[in-house]
Design a protein. Structure first.
Length: 276
């Protein structure tokens, strides 16, 4: 079968996006791995599929697969690309689009110049719901890595995140610590790891080591998690610019129980077909 796809990116976080409403096909894990392979396939951080929703009250089902073939719950940069894709492919003319994910329903709002605002929902802090092995919720937690105790924040944005405040995001320690924290036994489903440098109360620099992917140029849920942690610690204001290696995102959060709002760019790279 010839499968049609679109290559897209949001702040450098790149995706293969596939319409599985117009194309009747079910992707298998080995096909996801082939699509994501940068040498033998198309190449991407994640594969996204557009499907008919189970819930008749929403517009689409949004599914996300890591490069290793496993499905994950949420991807903020992918959500922005998803919104532009369904409009570009005439699957909807709406500018406000509701989609169901494995983590729940989110709302996408298409703005001007391929910018998209995403209501990412409220962050989850309870350890058992992240999931994270801690006896009770705290502002921060100790994490032992190679006999060194690190201070981390832990929050779920539909997927688990650990956030560390660092003096600089240019340090090589990030490359060493990323995989060690990702696979730490205290995170039973592994974890995305954010390294946050605070520039001011309105701006941070961030690098993210994503579970089952490695470091990416941008991570939307990682940006949300970092800002939420920074606000909860009193370090940041309620609206923050996040500078990632691939570009900038705007994140705002009004506090406990309120949704995180993410705004950022998208880009279409090319359309193609691949034999599956």
């Amino acid at each position: 079968m010839q499968l049609h796809f679109t290559k897209m990116h949001g702040a450098g976080n790149d995706f293969v996006v596939i319409d599985l409403i117009s194309q009747d096909y079910t992707l298998r894990p080995q096909e996801v791995r082939r699509l994501a392979d940068r040498h033998l396939g198309v190449g991407c951080d994640q594969v996204l599929t557009v499907e008919a929703p189970h819930n008749p009250q929403v517009d689409f089902r949004y599914r996300i697969y890591n490069a290793d073939g496993n499905e994950v719950q949420q991807c903020g940069n992918g959500a922005r690309c998803f919104a532009v894709f369904v409009r570009e492919k005439n699957l909807t003319r709406k500018r406000t689009i509701s989609v169901e994910t494995a983590a729940g329903v989110i709302e996408l709002r298409v703005l001007r110049n391929y910018e998209v605002e995403v209501d990412m929902g409220a962050p989850e802090f309870e350890p058992e719901k992240i999931p994270f092995a801690a006896a009770a919720r705290q502002q921060s937690y100790p994490l032992l890595i190679d006999d060194t105790e690190l201070e981390i924040g832990s929050v779920s944005m539909g997927n688990p995140h650990a956030v560390l405040r660092v003096k600089s995001t240019s340090g090589s320690e990030i490359e060493r610590l990323g995989p060690l924290i990702e696979s730490h036994s205290d995170f039973p489903q592994q974890v995305n790891v954010g390294f946050m440098q605070i520039v001011s109360e309105k701006e941070i620099k961030l690098r993210v080591y994503e579970r089952s992917v490695g470091e990416t140029l941008a991570c939307g849920t990682g940006a949300c998690a970092a800002v939420v942690y920074g606000i909860s610690r009193g370090w940041l204001s309620d609206s923050v610019t996040v500078a990632l290696p691939g570009g900038k995102l705007s994140i705002s959060w009004a506090g406990e129980g309120q949704p995180v709002i993410m705004t950022g760019p998208t880009a279409v790279v090319f359309d193609g077909t691949i034999k599956i």
